[in-house]
Design a protein around this ligand. Structure first.
Ligand code: CU
Length: 149
């Protein structure tokens, strides 16, 4: 009886995930200057897609701040370079740059989470996108791939 109930609930879970696209992702960042996620997939069939950046460390954002910026891969390095001169109070980001598709604010202890909703019309299937951190010096280690399908 118990086993049968487990089997039924597993089946329900499996069929639910086969039909519903995953429309949210959480990317964790750390005191080791890293993201714990190397890539995520954005499904264009989603009505809305949210990205949550979390910071699992104990360092404040002026020391080990992280954000998550999304752009075409070819624009990422230049956006990060220009962000450096903006300073922490401007999130190390030239936020009016039209090449930026989406960005979270810079986070660190004690304010350790930010969630954004992507404008899916700005993402094309088959284009090459990157997510990265614009805190000075972080992008070398803090970047990953955004797959759009
Ligand atoms: Cu960072």
């Amino acid at each position: 009886m118990f086993l049968k109930a487990v089997a039924v609930s597993l089946f329900t879970l499996a069929s639910a995930s086969a039909f519903a696209a995953e429309c949210a992702v959480t990317v964790e960042s750390t005191d080791q200057m890293s993201y714990t996620t190397q890539s995520f997939t954005v499904d264009k069939s989603c009505k809305a897609f949210t990205v949550t950046l979390t910071h699992s460390g104990n360092l404040p954002k002026n020391v080990m701040g992280h954000n998550l910026v999304i752009s075409k891969t070819t624009d990422a390095q230049s956006i990060a370079n220009e962000g450096m001169s903006q300073g922490l109070d401007k999130e190390y980001l030239k936020t009016d740059d039209p090449r930026i598709i989406a960005y979270t604010k810079m986070i660190g202890a004690p304010e350790k989470e930010d969630t954004i909703t992507l404008d899916l019309s700005k993402l094309e299937v088959g284009s090459d996108y990157t997510f990265f951190c614009t805190f000075p010096g972080h992008m070398a280690l803090m970047k990953g791939k955004v797959v759009v399908q």
